[in-house]
Design a protein around this ligand. Structure first.
Ligand SMILES: [Zn+2]
Length: 253
């Protein structure tokens, strides 16, 4: 048996397009490319295989029935299937009930609030060329940089140094000629290669963010360069994207 289209549609609808555990949107708008990124996976609570996650030889019924299915992001799918002692059948069923209720009541109460908080979570594409880094940093008003915990002095020097370099050039690029910019792009290609050898991947995006001051007053839209350097085994990496949370309201001044 396979999951029928009807069941699949019902599952996605009841889940509100959100992951059961982290509530991330499972169909992501990619602002960088025209297509959509689907990170949702239909997962069995009780595996149809006896030795699979939460497998149960006494299970009676259809494994592909909606009651035995939950919708999760790829990361959390992996999590529940690895940590089966934590994510038991009973717990997943309870989470499912709570989640579906949350979708229903939130939608009924305030559709706008429901759709708005999606701006908190974004997918950042992997950056593979120096030129792309330049496009992200060139003329940005704000630099929103993060990195994974660093464990050696060498890592701190390279990762920290590189982010500082991006910041310096982001401010300077408008005053530099094309030839210099092209050379910088080539140097960044080497830096990306170097990061890769050290087990790091760079994700980034240029985006507009709305800023608010301390009084929560809107002070306008600003160009922000978001760059995150993470280890290549970071669980938030889904294909060529990093699924990361961003605050919508930056406080500054
Ligand atoms: Zn999730």
């Amino acid at each position: 048996m396979a999951i029928t289209d009807k069941t699949r549609k019902a599952l996605w609808a009841q889940s509100g397009n959100r992951c059961l555990l982290c509530r991330i949107e499972l169909v992501q708008e990619s602002e960088h490319e025209n297509d959509k990124l689907i990170i949702g996976e239909e997962c069995h609570i009780v595996s149809s295989k006896a030795n699979g996650p939460r497998g149960d030889t006494t299970f009676i019924g259809n494994y592909d029935h909606i009651d035995n299915l939950v919708l999760l992001c790829a990361n959390d799918h992996k999590r529940i299937d690895e940590l089966t002692e934590i994510y038991t059948v009973e717990k997943l069923k309870l989470f499912k009930l709570i989640h579906e209720n949350w979708v229903k009541t939130t939608l009924e109460r305030d559709v706008i609030a429901f759709t708005n908080d999606k701006s908190n979570i974004k997918s950042l594409p992997q950056v593979t060329t120096g030129k792309k880094i330049i496009d992200i940093i060139n003329g940005a008003h704000l630099f929103d940089f993060h990195h994974d915990e660093l464990s050696t002095e060498k890592e701190a020097e390279i990762v920290g140094g590189l982010l500082e370099d991006f910041k310096d050039y982001g401010d300077l690029l408008s005053d530099i000629g094309y030839a210099e910019i092209a050379k910088l792009g080539i140097r960044y290609n080497d830096e990306l290669e170097n990061l890769k050898k050290m087990g790091f991947i760079l994700f980034g995006l240029r985006r507009k963010i709305r800023l608010r001051n301390d009084k929560k007053e809107n002070v306008g839209l600003y160009e922000a360069a978001s760059i995150i350097i993470v280890r290549d085994n970071n669980p938030s990496i889904v294909n060529n994207f990093l699924i990361a949370k961003f605050p919508t309201d930056f406080s500054f001044f």
